[in-house]
Design a protein around this ligand. Sequence first.
Ligand SMILES: [Zn+2]
Length: 324
Amino acid sequence: MCQHHDMHTVIKKSRHRLELPLFFLTAFLTIATFLVVLALSFYKQETLEFTQDITVAQYRDAHKEAKGMTDTQILDSLSEDERELIGYVERINPLLVLLAPVGFLLLIIYQIGKLYGGVRADGVRVGPNQFGEVYKIWAEMAQKLGLKKTPELYIQNGSGALNAFATCLPGYRSFGVVYSDILERALANNDEKSLRFILGHELGHVRYNHVTWWYNMLNIIGNMPGFNYIIGMPLSRSREYGCDKLGAMLSEDTEQRGLLMLAAGKHLYRQVNAEAYYAEHVYNRSYWGAVSNFFNDHPSINWRISALQQNKHGSLIWDNGKKK
Ligand SMILES: [Zn+2]
């Protein structure tokens, strides 16, 4: 088997098994919602009458004195709040509905453009003549993952925060950002594994198309308040697990020092006793840990370490802490 084919299989297998099902669910709901609202906008009069009927019926249920009133009288006496839904329907029109995705795309372009402008303005671009050894690692891993173009990479002053992210200016330019403290310690400690893990994880987001504009647009409903806890955040956590797998594969970091850096900080992570950590945090379930995980778009660090240690698809909602 050729090497290229091998890598393709590894990338496919590394993706969390629930990522695509959750993504298709949110994409389906987003498209369906759009089509329903579009259809309603074409039948505005009917939709308006239907909405008025519902509102009047609700009003009659809630107010005993409404018994003798006609529908028109009730509609006239509605408060601002009670009229809210009717107001929405009155404003709806097909052109507005069709323009909504365009508006959303412009919003994405604006937000990421601002982010990109920020790192261009205040960060340092890594390249062959700027932290060349880091660039070499980055470019080589991008190539390994089969990316046609090496994404740009920037260092940003994190003022102590340990973070990295990747994103993409809609259509053409994906870029990664690594906060200065991660790079500073990795270089000072000669810790290439952790650096590779963190950078490889970010390249994973690019490789899996998590950073594209269409991915974000199809995920609108999943990120709506309420839906975010059952779709958007679990989906986000599944993305992280997949990218962790790629980062671990590219770094051959078998002790998960890259993740321990997030847990114990940029200095202490090297002294963490891995075995004691696994016994305490990995092979030990925690109810409150699950609560913390539930409200986070990244999985708990110990679950991420557990997924890599046991080479399993990480837990999205609950981890029983059992050895695989
Ligand atoms: Zn990530």
